[in-house]
Unconditional design. Structure first.
Length: 589
């Protein structure tokens, strides 16, 4: 294979998917796609269903999920007569496609000279799919039917003709039908852009050369991923983490993972994980596998992501556990359950390759939804706010401050756009000071915001990580846990399930105040550079008590600038204090 041709073809295929991402983001009506980029696009092998290329602007968790969706859709389509030119299939079945009902997947075949050459697929988050709670996040849902309408795999377009009965059935069951129709049009139209790009590539290189390049891309991705896995010491690395509750039963849920390294193979074994939750803290096996790949991509970012990169992995996921949901389990908590998969993969591999693996990130998407009728237009609205938070520190650096969820990368809607579209006012949006875990490298800080409603609304929140904060590694400290506080009728209160609340009536002037966790720390805090501690202290990322008691530094002087204290540390006294805090190594031996 000519390396130049291979590089050009790979870049062109990825560019096609990138352009599809950007086209949908710009064309979509709903802010969950246009503002938070809650979508994804990919190109797939028509026989194996494996990923050929994916866009770089959508959510990582969808990308492997779409491979599993395509793989499960292929036999369904074949049983129904096969893919035909002009067809577009649709589904949101969470047990087949992976995530929750709001994530709708479209699959479109692409033919070259009458022969099926590839499958395009995209995912878009639709703002509302019906169900008991506007927006879809129902913390007390006990079954999938309380979360919205299920769309089984079926032809939305048949040889270019849209099935209007299917569209009418969907729009009749949602709260925002016009917005849905706009997003559906954008999602279907974007396939034309992908087809043009792929046809240009076929015209330039021919089918045989293009197929040879695709096969070689997958072979090389598999070989590269195997080369990284082979460098991990053989053995089994186990970790256990927990969810606070499932929104219905106030008991913690266990996530157990044992990663076994066998040469260039990885086995992810989730035996010991809690059985299916009564509430919505469940995800499908496809999503569990997808988030394991997302975590690997964080650790080995150089590996090009296609079907070949997934081949070195095997999975043991017990049936009917919270990570292998089956009908009729509710799955609305998928946005939080997915984040914990990333956490436990990091926690396990940090034992094997600590120089490459970070501490736990903030670990909760903490979605807040505000819904009602706009006082000026009378139209129904649903506003969705997924958490940003802090990333875990690593051997190389401190954790990212105020980052998007590492498994989804869904961005927080801008304050300006939110206040323009919805009857809400932000009282503040800020870095949550002191929320990162202490360490040689400090975990990133989370975010802190408060939103006041300007009219009668209904507020729901689905989060986690209150009772079990993100963990540090290699001696690093845990992050500060999640915080949810509601103020209604002049009274501030915490929901009984701490970070989960459903359909709370808000009047004008009521407010909800959320503080996302930071990321865990890496390494012993008393090993952190003294100048870095001083910078953190003066930036407000840690307070004086933490600096002195956790990091072991001594303050030489304090002055005030614009009403804010500015500290200067005494390096000599700090080193002496740290020496006293450091355990006696000879005694420990």
């Amino acid at each position: 294979m000519d390396p130049v041709t291979l590089a050009v073809v790979r870049g062109a295929l990825e560019q096609i998917a990138d352009e599809m991402d950007l086209h949908l983001i710009r064309a979509a009506l709903s802010p969950i796609i246009s503002e938070t980029n809650d979508c994804a696009h990919g190109l797939y092998d028509p026989a194996s269903g494996e990923t050929i290329a994916q866009g770089g602007y959508g959510l990582p968790m969808f990308l492997a999920n779409m491979q599993f969706t395509v793989q499960r859709l292929i036999p369904i389509a074949e049983a129904a007569g096969g893919f035909r030119p002009g067809d577009i299939w649709i589904t949101n079945d969470p047990y087949l496609s992976g995530t929750h009902l709001n994530d709708v997947i479209l699959v479109s075949p692409h033919f070259v000279d009458g022969k099926l050459f590839a499958l395009f697929a995209n995912t878009g988050h639709w703002m509302d799919m019906g169900g008991s709670v506007p927006g879809g996040w129902a913390p007390t849902a006990r079954e999938i039917h309380q979360e919205g309408i299920i769309i089984p795999p079926l032809r939305l377009y048949e040889e270019g003709r849209r099935n209007e009965a299917v569209v009418a059935m969907i729009t009749a069951n949602v709260r925002l039908p016009q917005q849905l129709l706009g997003d559906l049009a954008a999602m279907t139209n974007v396939f034309a852009l992908g087809r043009r790009g792929l046809d240009d590539l076929v015209a330039r290189y021919g089918v045989d050369t293009l197929q040879a390049c695709i096969d070689e891309m997958m072979r090389r991705s598999e070989a590269e991923m195997r080369s990284y896995i082979a460098e991990i010491p053989d053995g089994t690395y186990a970790v256990t983490d927990w969810f606070d509750n499932d929104g219905v039963v106030d008991e913690r849920l266990t996530v157990s993972l044992a990663i076994t390294v066998e040469g260039s193979d990885l086995v992810f074994d989730f035996t010991g994980t809690s059985a299916a939750a009564v509430g919505p803290m469940n995800i499908s096996d496809a999503t569990t596998r997808s988030l394991c790949f997302v975590a690997l991509k964080h650790i080995f970012p150089e590996v090009p992501v296609n079907g070949g990169a997934f081949r070195p992995t095997r999975f043991v996921i017990p049936r009917k556990c919270i990570l292998n949901a089956e009908y009729p389990s509710a799955v609305g908590g998928t946005t939080d359950v997915t984040q914990r998969i990333v956490d436990v993969v990091f926690g396990a591999l940090a034992q094997a390759i600590p120089d490459q693996t970070p501490a736990a990130p903030f670990g909760t998407t903490g979605v807040a939804t505000v819904s009602g009728r706009h006082p000026e237009t009378g139209k129904y609205f649903v506003a969705v706010y997924p958490y940003p938070g802090g990333y875990g520190a690593s051997r190389q650096s401190d954790g990212l401050v105020n980052g998007t969820p590492p498994g989804s990368m869904a961005k927080f809607m801008s304050v300006e756009m939110s206040e323009h579209r919805y009857p809400v006012r932000f009282r503040h949006y800020a870095i949550r000071e002191g929320s990162g875990g202490a360490g040689l490298h400090r975990g990133g800080c989370g975010s802190d915001y408060a939103i006041e409603t300007l009219t009668d609304t209904v507020v729901s929140i689905l989060g986690d990580r209150v009772d079990h904060a993100p963990f540090g590694v290699q001696g690093g400290g845990p992050a500060v846990a999640n915080r949810v506080e509601l103020t209604t009728g002049g009274r501030a209160w915490v929901p009984p399930m701490r970070s989960k609340a459903e359909k709370i009536p808000f009047a004008a002037g009521d407010c909800f105040h959320l503080g996302s966790p930071g990321g865990g720390g890496f390494g012993a805090p008393i090993e952190r550079d003294i100048d870095a501690v001083e910078a953190d202290l003066n930036a407000g990322l840690i307070d004086r008590e933490t600096a002195e008691t956790v990091y072991g530094v001594a303050v030489a002087s304090t002055r005030s600038i614009d009403g804010r204290p500015v500290f200067t540390l005494d390096p000599e006294r700090s080193r002496a204090r740290r020496s006293e805090m450091r355990p006696d190594r000879r005694q420990a031996c």
